[in-house]
Design a protein around this ligand. Structure first.
Ligand code: ADP
Ligand code: G6P
Length: 500
């Protein structure tokens, strides 16, 4: 492997040819590669069931996949140790949604997915150092599973295909794939924040070098891209300039460019759903009790700041007695990573807090917190966004946070206030929200009160600004930008039609 050299931006060396989307062969496909597929397989008493996958990566990329006619390579969600007939059925069902499964066995799911990726890497990337020490065997499993993904992609890819690898589960895939298929153009996009420090992670050199096997590296915000540059400089000793258009160059003349492209949502789709009669009816039901309605919608994850959010709501009820009997918080938590100990502990903590607030304040006629542990369909989700007086999106750290953008996209009535944690990637764009420090209970509860007290005129002005941003930078624009950097053309794919 040759050491990348600094590419001074924006002077591109003449022997490094900038990518030109028009050079893509018409028959080339986009291969999306991520651990999580758009649908997750569950096998229940031998019956194969596909459910939509939770989380921003799957929800955000699903529409892009449909439009781009791509093939999506990832883990089905089920262990590979299944009878061959069941495995065949899973493969067929995945093929119906243009997906290809990478087999992962039960012990590998534990070592690769639960312990290394979600027990160690996820907290590191969110700037937490309270994770267990990475186990060498789990690291070996992470490497083995990454190598398997690279092998499946190398086998599947035709000359000229573009490979778009996603997220922290697969940081080694770009380098491993390059070793097998140097002809392929590869992008890597990280959906999490990039942390201030990776010092607590002994494997950081190999992981960073793995990412640098890509031709294009993408992050949600310029700050993450800059921190990635700092980490490459500090860890690999490589000098790097991350101004726009800059990146690295391998000795063989290959450019590695680094970009910030904020992911977004199907803004038009959420706006249209807000006028769906089923949504309108549900909004009326959700609001029937009267009184201010606070709403939270999250995967149940320790990065989302749910306990802090609940504690601030409790404080609001303490400090503003007139809200007792009236204000309600509807908190929806989608189950996530239930086999990882930190997630089980979080669930117990959140449920204890909900019980405490309700025990302290509930009356026969009113319950302050309604907590739902589960997924809801798109009608219910849109109804919650449209019913909210105050939307609480207060992650301690978050790569982007699509919930904030989905809420904004849904509020065609220009009402509703967004309280947004300042450490969410979305805060870099949604400056017209009420930005808060999510760990400061006093500041949070003051923001809740301010949202309630805000004049209708100020709400409208803020929501208009928020909506203008999300409308102009929807998921389509994100995909267009990323795929153009990769040398793929979404419009050309659409002309060819899906599945080709
Ligand atoms: P993350 O990727 O960390 O889960 P995001 O906010 O970026 O966070 O994305 C979460 C996605 O999951 C959003 O598209 C949101 O609509 C969806 N979602 C979150 N909670 C639920 C739920 N309880 N039911 C259905 N969808 C949910
Ligand atoms: C975040 C991660 C995704 C992941 C999702 C759901 O959005 O960035 O990579 O797919 O959470 O988590 P899960 O562990 O269910 O895939």
């Amino acid at each position: 492997m040759t050491a990348p050299r600094l590419l001074g931006a924006p002077e591109v060396r003449p022997d490094i040819r900038p990518l030109d989307a028009r050079r893509v062969a018409p028959a080339s496909r986009v291969l999306i590669v991520s651990n999580r597929l758009p649908s997750t397989v569950r096998v229940d008493e031998g019956r194969v069931q596909l459910t939509p996958s939770a989380g921003g990566l799957a929800t955000g990329l699903r529409g892009v996949h449909d439009a781009a006619g791509s093939t999506w390579i990832g883990w089905s969600g089920a262990p590979a140790e299944l009878p061959s007939a069941t495995r065949r059925e899973i493969a067929l069902r995945l093929a119906e949604v243009d997906a290809l499964g990478v087999p992962i066995h039960g012990p590998e799911i534990a070592g690769f997915y639960q312990r290394f990726a979600n027990g160690v890497l996820w907290p590191v990337l969110h700037d937490r150092d309270d994770h267990p020490d990475p186990d060498p065997d789990d690291w070996a499993t992470y490497r083995a599973v990454n190598a398997r993904f690279a092998a499946v992609v190398a086998e599947e890819a035709r000359p000229g295909d573009r490979v778009w690898v996603h997220d922290y589960h697969l940081m080694l895939v770009p380098r491993l794939l390059r070793a097998r298929r140097p002809d392929l153009r590869t992008g890597f996009f990280l959906h999490t924040p990039f942390p201030d420090s990776m010092a607590s992670l002994p494997q950081r050199r190999t992981l960073l070098d793995g990412i640098l096997g890509a031709d294009v590296v993408g992050f949600h915000t310029p700050a993450y891209a800059a921190r990635f540059g700092d980490a490459v400089r500090a860890t690999l000793g490589r000098d790097v300039e991350l101004a726009s258009g800059a990146g690295f160059a391998d000795d063989d003349g290959r450019a590695v460019s680094v970009h910030a492209c904020p992911m977004s949502v199907d803004a038009a789709g959420f706006a249209a759903r807000a006028t769906d009669p089923r949504v309108i009816r549900r909004v009326q039901e959700l609001r029937a009790a009267g009184g201010p309605l606070f709403v939270g919608v999250d995967r149940l994850d320790h990065t989302k700041g749910i306990p802090e959010r609940l504690a601030a709501f409790e404080r609001l009820l303490d400090e503003r007695p007139e809200l007792r009997g009236r204000a309600r918080l509807l908190q929806l938590a989608v189950p996530s990573r239930e086999d990882v100990p930190a997630y089980r502990e979080l669930r117990a903590r959140v449920e204890a807090l909900v019980a405490r607030v309700n025990r302290r304040f509930a009356t026969l006629a009113w319950q302050p917190v309604t907590y739902v542990y589960g997924s809801v369909d798109e009608v219910e989700l849109s109804a919650m966004y449209c019913a909210a007086d105050v939307m609480l999106v207060t992650p301690l750290r978050d790569g982007m946070n699509l919930v904030a953008k989905e809420f904004v996209a849904s509020r065609i009535d220009e009402k509703g206030v967004l309280v947004l944690g300042e450490h969410a990637g979305a805060a870099a764009e949604l400056r017209a929200a009420l930005l808060v420090d999510p760990r400061d209970a006093g500041e949070l509860s003051r923001a809740y009160a301010r949202a309630l007290d805000m004049s209708p005129a100020e709400r409208r002005v803020r929501m208009r600004r928020l909506r203008a941003r999300v409308d102009a930078h929807d998921v389509r624009r994100w995909a267009d930008e990323c795929l153009a950097l990769l040398g793929a053309d979404l419009q050309a794919s659409e002309r060819r039609g899906p599945g080709r």
